[in-house]
Design a protein around this ligand. Sequence first.
Ligand SMILES: Cc1cc2nc3c(=O)[nH]c(=O)nc-3n(C[C@H](O)[C@H](O)[C@H](O)COP(=O)(O)O)c2cc1C
Length: 317
Amino acid sequence: MKEIFKIGLAPMAGYTDHIMRSISLKWGADFIFTEMLSVDGILLNDRATTKLLPKAPCRVQLFGNEPLKFLQAYERIADLVTWIDVNAGCPVKKVTRKGSGSALLQQLEKLVAIIALLKERVEKPVSVKIRLGWNDNRVLEIVSKLIDAGPDAIFIHGRTTKQKYTGKADWEAIARAANLCHEHGISVFGSGDLFTPEDVKKIYDNYPVDGVIIARGAIGNPWIFQQSKTLIETGTYRKLTAIERLSAFAEHLLLLLKEKGIDKGIKESRKFFVGYTRNIPNAAKMRNQYMRLKTIDDIKKFLIFHGIDIKRMESVN
Ligand SMILES: Cc1cc2nc3c(=O)[nH]c(=O)nc-3n(C[C@H](O)[C@H](O)[C@H](O)COP(=O)(O)O)c2cc1C
Protein backbone atom coordinates (compact mmCIF):
# COMPACT_ATOMS: atom_id res chain seq x y z
CA MET A 1 0.00 0.00 0.00
CA LYS A 2 1.33 3.49 -0.89
CA GLU A 3 2.51 4.69 2.48
CA ILE A 4 0.68 7.98 2.22
CA PHE A 5 -2.70 6.61 1.15
CA LYS A 6 -5.07 7.23 4.06
CA ILE A 7 -8.73 6.32 4.47
CA GLY A 8 -10.72 8.61 6.76
CA LEU A 9 -14.27 9.10 7.94
CA ALA A 10 -15.83 12.13 6.20
CA PRO A 11 -17.67 14.75 8.27
CA MET A 12 -21.42 14.14 8.25
CA ALA A 13 -23.95 16.33 10.07
CA GLY A 14 -26.31 14.20 12.15
CA TYR A 15 -24.07 11.10 11.93
CA THR A 16 -20.41 11.54 12.84
CA ASP A 17 -20.94 11.98 16.56
CA HIS A 18 -18.32 10.63 18.90
CA ILE A 19 -19.96 7.19 18.84
CA MET A 20 -19.67 6.83 15.06
CA ARG A 21 -16.18 8.31 15.23
CA SER A 22 -14.97 5.85 17.85
CA ILE A 23 -16.54 2.88 16.02
CA SER A 24 -14.88 4.00 12.77
CA LEU A 25 -11.47 4.26 14.45
CA LYS A 26 -11.95 0.78 15.94
CA TRP A 27 -12.62 -0.55 12.43
CA GLY A 28 -9.50 0.98 10.92
CA ALA A 29 -10.30 4.56 9.89
CA ASP A 30 -7.02 6.50 9.73
CA PHE A 31 -8.70 9.69 10.89
CA ILE A 32 -12.12 11.07 11.73
CA PHE A 33 -13.81 14.49 11.84
CA THR A 34 -16.59 16.01 13.86
CA GLU A 35 -19.57 17.06 11.81
CA MET A 36 -19.51 20.73 10.83
CA LEU A 37 -19.77 23.03 13.86
CA SER A 38 -21.00 26.60 13.60
CA VAL A 39 -18.43 29.24 14.55
CA ASP A 40 -21.32 31.46 15.70
CA GLY A 41 -22.73 28.58 17.75
CA ILE A 42 -19.36 28.11 19.47
CA LEU A 43 -18.92 31.83 20.13
CA LEU A 44 -22.45 32.18 21.52
CA ASN A 45 -22.20 29.01 23.63
CA ASP A 46 -25.27 27.81 21.82
CA ARG A 47 -26.67 24.62 23.43
CA ALA A 48 -27.07 22.63 20.22
CA THR A 49 -23.49 23.37 19.17
CA THR A 50 -22.06 22.71 22.64
CA LYS A 51 -23.60 19.23 22.55
CA LEU A 52 -21.67 18.48 19.35
CA LEU A 53 -18.25 19.44 20.73
CA PRO A 54 -15.85 16.49 20.90
CA LYS A 55 -15.20 14.87 24.28
CA ALA A 56 -11.60 14.06 23.38
CA PRO A 57 -9.30 16.05 21.09
CA CYS A 58 -9.92 15.32 17.42
CA ARG A 59 -10.21 16.88 13.98
CA VAL A 60 -12.90 19.54 14.04
CA GLN A 61 -14.73 20.97 11.06
CA LEU A 62 -16.02 24.55 11.35
CA PHE A 63 -18.46 26.49 9.21
CA GLY A 64 -18.96 30.22 9.11
CA ASN A 65 -18.23 33.22 6.97
CA GLU A 66 -15.91 35.59 8.86
CA PRO A 67 -12.16 34.91 9.08
CA LEU A 68 -11.88 36.35 12.60
CA LYS A 69 -14.78 34.28 13.91
CA PHE A 70 -13.06 31.09 12.73
CA LEU A 71 -9.99 32.05 14.72
CA GLN A 72 -12.00 33.07 17.81
CA ALA A 73 -14.11 29.91 17.69
CA TYR A 74 -10.94 27.82 17.41
CA GLU A 75 -9.44 29.65 20.41
CA ARG A 76 -12.53 28.85 22.52
CA ILE A 77 -12.19 25.11 21.91
CA ALA A 78 -8.46 24.86 21.16
CA ASP A 79 -7.90 22.07 23.72
CA LEU A 80 -10.34 19.85 21.83
CA VAL A 81 -8.86 20.42 18.39
CA THR A 82 -6.03 18.46 16.75
CA TRP A 83 -6.72 19.74 13.21
CA ILE A 84 -9.08 22.39 11.81
CA ASP A 85 -11.06 21.83 8.65
CA VAL A 86 -12.98 24.69 7.05
CA ASN A 87 -16.29 23.73 5.45
CA ALA A 88 -16.60 25.20 1.97
CA GLY A 89 -18.71 22.39 0.56
CA CYS A 90 -22.05 22.29 2.36
CA PRO A 91 -24.85 22.89 -0.19
CA VAL A 92 -27.69 23.21 2.36
CA LYS A 93 -29.61 26.49 1.88
CA LYS A 94 -29.78 27.27 5.60
CA VAL A 95 -25.96 27.40 5.54
CA THR A 96 -25.23 28.91 2.10
CA ARG A 97 -27.84 31.67 2.59
CA LYS A 98 -25.55 33.13 5.25
CA GLY A 99 -22.51 32.97 2.97
CA SER A 100 -21.12 29.84 4.68
CA GLY A 101 -20.43 26.31 3.43
CA SER A 102 -20.12 26.07 -0.33
CA ALA A 103 -21.22 29.72 -0.71
CA LEU A 104 -17.57 30.44 0.13
CA LEU A 105 -16.71 29.00 -3.30
CA GLN A 106 -18.34 32.12 -4.70
CA GLN A 107 -16.32 34.37 -2.40
CA LEU A 108 -12.90 32.87 -2.92
CA GLU A 109 -11.07 35.85 -1.49
CA LYS A 110 -12.89 35.38 1.80
CA LEU A 111 -12.20 31.64 1.81
CA VAL A 112 -8.52 32.31 1.15
CA ALA A 113 -8.52 34.89 3.97
CA ILE A 114 -10.02 32.34 6.41
CA ILE A 115 -7.39 29.72 5.59
CA ALA A 116 -4.55 32.27 5.59
CA LEU A 117 -5.54 33.64 9.02
CA LEU A 118 -5.83 30.18 10.56
CA LYS A 119 -2.51 29.12 9.04
CA GLU A 120 -0.85 32.25 10.39
CA ARG A 121 -2.25 32.01 13.93
CA VAL A 122 -2.80 28.31 14.66
CA GLU A 123 0.01 25.80 15.10
CA LYS A 124 -2.07 22.85 14.01
CA PRO A 125 -2.89 21.52 10.56
CA VAL A 126 -5.51 23.50 8.67
CA SER A 127 -7.45 22.03 5.77
CA VAL A 128 -10.44 22.98 3.66
CA LYS A 129 -13.23 20.82 2.24
CA ILE A 130 -14.64 21.98 -1.08
CA ARG A 131 -16.85 20.91 -3.94
CA LEU A 132 -15.83 21.27 -7.61
CA GLY A 133 -17.56 24.63 -7.84
CA TRP A 134 -20.96 26.26 -7.37
CA ASN A 135 -22.69 25.81 -10.74
CA ASP A 136 -19.84 24.45 -12.83
CA ASN A 137 -16.61 22.60 -12.35
CA ARG A 138 -14.08 25.34 -11.50
CA VAL A 139 -11.95 23.23 -9.24
CA LEU A 140 -8.59 24.13 -10.81
CA GLU A 141 -9.30 27.83 -10.45
CA ILE A 142 -10.44 27.27 -6.84
CA VAL A 143 -7.47 25.20 -5.74
CA SER A 144 -4.99 27.48 -7.48
CA LYS A 145 -6.28 30.35 -5.29
CA LEU A 146 -6.33 28.17 -2.16
CA ILE A 147 -2.73 27.09 -2.75
CA ASP A 148 -1.64 30.67 -1.96
CA ALA A 149 -3.11 30.36 1.53
CA GLY A 150 -1.08 27.17 2.10
CA PRO A 151 -3.56 24.70 3.63
CA ASP A 152 -2.07 21.40 4.77
CA ALA A 153 -4.67 19.47 2.80
CA ILE A 154 -7.68 19.95 0.58
CA PHE A 155 -10.64 17.57 0.72
CA ILE A 156 -12.62 17.55 -2.53
CA HIS A 157 -16.13 16.19 -2.98
CA GLY A 158 -16.30 15.58 -6.74
CA ARG A 159 -19.60 17.33 -7.37
CA THR A 160 -20.74 20.94 -7.75
CA THR A 161 -23.06 22.61 -5.25
CA LYS A 162 -25.84 22.67 -7.84
CA GLN A 163 -25.57 18.89 -8.19
CA LYS A 164 -26.06 18.31 -4.46
CA TYR A 165 -25.89 14.48 -4.51
CA THR A 166 -27.10 13.84 -8.06
CA GLY A 167 -24.94 12.44 -10.85
CA LYS A 168 -21.59 10.84 -10.15
CA ALA A 169 -18.58 12.25 -8.33
CA ASP A 170 -16.03 13.34 -10.95
CA TRP A 171 -12.79 11.68 -9.88
CA GLU A 172 -10.98 12.85 -13.04
CA ALA A 173 -11.54 16.43 -11.87
CA ILE A 174 -10.32 15.52 -8.37
CA ALA A 175 -7.20 13.95 -9.95
CA ARG A 176 -6.39 17.09 -11.95
CA ALA A 177 -6.72 19.20 -8.78
CA ALA A 178 -4.52 16.72 -6.87
CA ASN A 179 -1.74 16.98 -9.49
CA LEU A 180 -1.79 20.76 -9.23
CA CYS A 181 -1.78 20.73 -5.41
CA HIS A 182 1.05 18.20 -5.29
CA GLU A 183 3.28 20.63 -7.21
CA HIS A 184 2.89 22.87 -4.15
CA GLY A 185 3.27 20.18 -1.49
CA ILE A 186 -0.43 20.15 -0.56
CA SER A 187 -2.21 16.82 0.02
CA VAL A 188 -5.53 16.07 -1.63
CA PHE A 189 -8.16 13.64 -0.37
CA GLY A 190 -11.09 12.73 -2.58
CA SER A 191 -14.69 12.18 -1.59
CA GLY A 192 -17.70 10.80 -3.39
CA ASP A 193 -19.50 7.55 -4.06
CA LEU A 194 -17.23 5.17 -2.14
CA PHE A 195 -19.60 2.48 -0.91
CA THR A 196 -17.49 -0.69 -1.09
CA PRO A 197 -13.87 -1.73 -0.58
CA GLU A 198 -13.74 -2.27 -4.37
CA ASP A 199 -14.70 1.40 -4.89
CA VAL A 200 -11.84 2.48 -2.61
CA LYS A 201 -9.31 0.18 -4.32
CA LYS A 202 -10.30 1.59 -7.71
CA ILE A 203 -9.37 5.06 -6.46
CA TYR A 204 -6.12 3.78 -4.97
CA ASP A 205 -5.18 2.08 -8.23
CA ASN A 206 -6.15 4.85 -10.63
CA TYR A 207 -6.03 8.31 -9.08
CA PRO A 208 -3.13 10.36 -7.67
CA VAL A 209 -4.82 11.28 -4.38
CA ASP A 210 -3.24 11.00 -0.93
CA GLY A 211 -6.30 9.23 0.36
CA VAL A 212 -10.06 9.26 0.50
CA ILE A 213 -12.78 10.07 2.98
CA ILE A 214 -15.91 7.95 3.16
CA ALA A 215 -19.30 9.35 4.21
CA ARG A 216 -22.53 7.51 3.32
CA GLY A 217 -20.67 4.26 2.70
CA ALA A 218 -19.53 4.18 6.34
CA ILE A 219 -23.00 4.54 7.89
CA GLY A 220 -23.77 1.19 9.55
CA ASN A 221 -20.80 -0.17 7.58
CA PRO A 222 -17.73 0.85 9.63
CA TRP A 223 -15.67 -2.18 8.55
CA ILE A 224 -15.32 -0.56 5.10
CA PHE A 225 -12.11 1.06 6.39
CA GLN A 226 -10.37 -2.17 7.39
CA GLN A 227 -11.79 -4.14 4.48
CA SER A 228 -10.55 -1.54 1.97
CA LYS A 229 -7.04 -1.64 3.43
CA THR A 230 -7.02 -5.45 3.42
CA LEU A 231 -8.26 -5.53 -0.18
CA ILE A 232 -5.54 -3.10 -1.26
CA GLU A 233 -2.84 -5.00 0.63
CA THR A 234 -3.82 -8.60 -0.12
CA GLY A 235 -6.23 -8.51 -3.07
CA THR A 236 -9.08 -9.95 -1.01
CA TYR A 237 -11.07 -9.36 2.19
CA ARG A 238 -13.60 -11.10 4.36
CA LYS A 239 -17.23 -10.08 4.30
CA LEU A 240 -19.10 -10.02 7.61
CA THR A 241 -21.94 -12.46 8.24
CA ALA A 242 -25.46 -11.23 8.94
CA ILE A 243 -25.02 -12.18 12.63
CA GLU A 244 -21.76 -10.22 12.84
CA ARG A 245 -23.41 -7.17 11.26
CA LEU A 246 -26.39 -7.31 13.60
CA SER A 247 -24.15 -7.85 16.64
CA ALA A 248 -22.18 -4.75 15.63
CA PHE A 249 -25.48 -2.89 15.36
CA ALA A 250 -26.42 -4.04 18.89
CA GLU A 251 -23.09 -2.63 20.17
CA HIS A 252 -23.75 0.68 18.40
CA LEU A 253 -27.29 0.76 19.82
CA LEU A 254 -25.99 0.13 23.34
CA LEU A 255 -23.63 3.11 23.06
CA LEU A 256 -26.47 5.30 21.76
CA LEU A 257 -28.78 4.26 24.62
CA LYS A 258 -26.12 4.87 27.27
CA GLU A 259 -25.20 8.26 25.90
CA LYS A 260 -28.51 9.66 24.67
CA GLY A 261 -31.07 7.91 26.84
CA ILE A 262 -33.69 5.38 25.77
CA ASP A 263 -36.03 7.44 23.59
CA LYS A 264 -33.40 9.42 21.69
CA GLY A 265 -31.10 6.38 21.50
CA ILE A 266 -33.81 4.23 19.89
CA LYS A 267 -34.74 7.02 17.49
CA GLU A 268 -31.15 7.64 16.42
CA SER A 269 -30.45 3.93 16.02
CA ARG A 270 -33.00 3.76 13.20
CA LYS A 271 -30.87 5.77 10.81
CA PHE A 272 -27.94 3.40 11.34
CA PHE A 273 -30.01 0.19 11.11
CA VAL A 274 -30.38 0.58 7.34
CA GLY A 275 -26.61 0.48 6.89
CA TYR A 276 -25.99 -2.41 9.29
CA THR A 277 -28.56 -4.53 7.40
CA ARG A 278 -27.18 -3.75 3.94
CA ASN A 279 -26.95 -6.95 1.85
CA ILE A 280 -28.56 -9.08 4.56
CA PRO A 281 -31.30 -11.48 3.38
CA ASN A 282 -34.77 -10.10 4.20
CA ALA A 283 -33.28 -6.69 4.98
CA ALA A 284 -36.34 -4.79 3.72
CA LYS A 285 -38.68 -6.72 6.01
CA MET A 286 -36.32 -6.39 8.98
CA ARG A 287 -36.01 -2.63 8.46
CA ASN A 288 -39.74 -2.27 8.26
CA GLN A 289 -40.11 -4.09 11.56
CA TYR A 290 -37.25 -2.30 13.31
CA MET A 291 -38.57 1.17 12.41
CA ARG A 292 -41.79 0.38 14.31
CA LEU A 293 -40.15 -0.81 17.54
CA LYS A 294 -40.67 1.68 20.32
CA THR A 295 -39.43 0.07 23.53
CA ILE A 296 -36.23 -1.56 24.66
CA ASP A 297 -38.09 -4.78 25.39
CA ASP A 298 -39.37 -4.94 21.81
CA ILE A 299 -35.88 -4.31 20.49
CA LYS A 300 -34.37 -7.00 22.74
CA LYS A 301 -36.99 -9.51 21.53
CA PHE A 302 -36.31 -8.54 17.92
CA LEU A 303 -32.55 -9.01 18.33
CA ILE A 304 -32.96 -12.35 20.14
CA PHE A 305 -35.31 -13.52 17.37
CA HIS A 306 -32.52 -12.78 14.87
CA GLY A 307 -29.98 -14.76 16.88
CA ILE A 308 -28.16 -11.87 18.58
CA ASP A 309 -26.69 -12.29 22.05
CA ILE A 310 -28.01 -9.33 24.05
CA LYS A 311 -26.29 -10.07 27.37
CA ARG A 312 -24.55 -6.70 27.30
CA MET A 313 -27.91 -4.97 26.91
CA GLU A 314 -29.40 -6.54 30.02
CA SER A 315 -28.57 -3.55 32.21
CA VAL A 316 -30.58 -1.24 29.89
CA ASN A 317 -34.31 -1.06 30.45
C1 LIG B 1 -26.02 13.24 5.89
C2 LIG B 1 -24.77 13.92 5.40
C3 LIG B 1 -24.22 14.94 6.15
C4 LIG B 1 -23.07 15.60 5.70
N1 LIG B 1 -22.51 16.55 6.48
C5 LIG B 1 -21.33 17.12 6.11
C6 LIG B 1 -20.65 18.02 6.98
O1 LIG B 1 -21.07 18.28 8.12
N2 LIG B 1 -19.50 18.57 6.51
C7 LIG B 1 -18.98 18.28 5.27
O2 LIG B 1 -17.92 18.80 4.89
N3 LIG B 1 -19.59 17.41 4.45
C8 LIG B 1 -20.73 16.81 4.84
N4 LIG B 1 -21.32 15.88 4.04
C9 LIG B 1 -20.66 15.52 2.75
C10 LIG B 1 -19.75 14.29 2.93
O3 LIG B 1 -18.66 14.56 3.81
C11 LIG B 1 -19.21 13.77 1.59
O4 LIG B 1 -18.32 14.70 1.04
C12 LIG B 1 -20.32 13.47 0.58
O5 LIG B 1 -21.40 12.80 1.20
C13 LIG B 1 -19.81 12.58 -0.56
O6 LIG B 1 -19.26 11.40 -0.03
P1 LIG B 1 -20.05 9.97 -0.03
O7 LIG B 1 -20.42 9.66 -1.44
O8 LIG B 1 -18.98 9.03 0.55
O9 LIG B 1 -21.26 10.11 0.83
C14 LIG B 1 -22.48 15.24 4.45
C15 LIG B 1 -23.05 14.21 3.71
C16 LIG B 1 -24.18 13.55 4.16
C17 LIG B 1 -24.76 12.42 3.33
